[in-house]
Design a protein around this ligand. Sequence first.
Ligand code: FES
Length: 84
Amino acid sequence: MAQGTEMHICLGSSCFSRGNKEVVMFIREYLKKNHLDDKVTFKGARCMGHCSNGPNLMINDTLKEGVTLTRIEQILEQELARLK
Ligand code: FES
């Protein structure tokens, strides 16, 4: 169900140094722009234990690794298309 979509981005230090902050900003903008803020819960999370592959993002139960600014839009398009 749309209401059940949750995204957690790792805010651990390793993911931070790999650019999670820019990704967070992008996701916030994306959700707003596509009117998805009320359908998707987006929160920060602690280290997910996959530091060397970060930035890491959990979408429901799926872990997405290497979520950089260049990849994030495509990932969101793919994962959230059904909610639009
Ligand atoms: S800091 Fe993000 S997985 Fe460890």
